[in-house]
Design a binder for this molecule. Structure first.
Ligand code: ADP
Ligand code: MG
Length: 241
């Protein structure tokens, strides 16, 4: 279980994250909603050790991992899939996946690769292709697969459907659900709120660096007007609408 509490992160003297808390546990998807600039990416980066929080705690299965070096956080079981996917375009799909295993337990890498190929058969079919030649949806699956190679218990997903054709969004989010169902806890930032709610267990809405709403996804779906009030009309309008 990942427990983030009272997190504060600043850029210079601007505080982008002001006391955010959220949790996720094995098998669950926590959806993080919020307008541009609300502090969602900063929160994920701080959890992953890429920004240093100046207050607050990140606790994984009872162990305080706040502010550890990024590779130590990966090794402890938290994998970030960054916004924009950032696959290594000139490298092959197989090489990208092997890079994801660099901090992992070597003895389990082959088994993990097999699981990734089962979950994303296209990555097996395209193993020798340059990652840059994949479609956007395939690159997102590669980014998921690369993160899975580090054998995470928690995954942090930053806008996985960004820039994808509306027809692909649901299939990518269905893969997020599959990863959770395999026992991973997921914190997912997603602008496409309607599609995100379909695969989420819980929702946290963030505005101006603070949590303004949190609750079960079913409740948020039934109270779309509540979320609209917190987030504005745009927050519940996906690219396909
Ligand atoms: N590297 C940075 N340097 C300075 N300010 C930043 C940096 N990254 C983000 N910010 C600012 O922090 C705030 C939160 O940004 P971000 O976490 O990226 O929001 P979101 O992901 O919710 O769109 C914004 O005001 C943004 O301009
Ligand atoms: Mg962001």
């Amino acid at each position: 279980m990942l427990e983030v509490s009272d997190l504060h992160v600043s850029y210079g003297n601007v505080e982008a994250v002001r006391g955010i808390g959220m949790t996720t546990s094995p098998g669950k998807v926590t959806l993080v909603l919020g307008a541009n600039g609300a502090g969602k990416t900063t929160t994920l980066k701080a959890i992953a050790g890429l920004e240093k929080p100046h207050a607050g705690r990140v606790v994984l299965d009872g162990k305080d991992i706040t502010g550890l070096a990024p590779h130590k956080i990966v090794r402890s079981g938290v994998a970030l899939v960054p916004e924009g996917r950032r696959v290594f375009s000139p490298l092959s799909v197989g090489e990208n996946l092997r890079m994801g295993a660099y901090v992992a337990d070597r003895t389990k890498s082959a088994e993990m690769l097999e699981r990734v190929h089962e979950m994303f058969p296209i990555l097996s079919e395209r193993a020798g292709s340059a990652a840059g030649l994949l479609s956007g949806g395939e690159q997102q699956m590669l980014a998921f697969g690369r993160a899975l190679m580090s054998q995470p218990t928690v995954m942090l997903l930053d806008e996985p459907s960004m820039g994808l054709a509306p027809a692909i969004v649901d299939s990518i989010l269905a893969k997020v659900r599959d990863m959770a169902d395999s026992g991973i806890g997921i914190l997912m930032v997603e602008q496409n709120a309607e599609a995100g709610l379909d695969v989420a267990d819980d929702v946290v809405a963030v505005a101006r660096g603070e949590v303004v709403y949190s609750g079960p996804a079913a409740e948020a779906r039934d109270n779309a007007s509540v979320l609209r009030a917190f987030l504005g009309e745009a927050a519940l309008t996906g690219p396909g609408d």
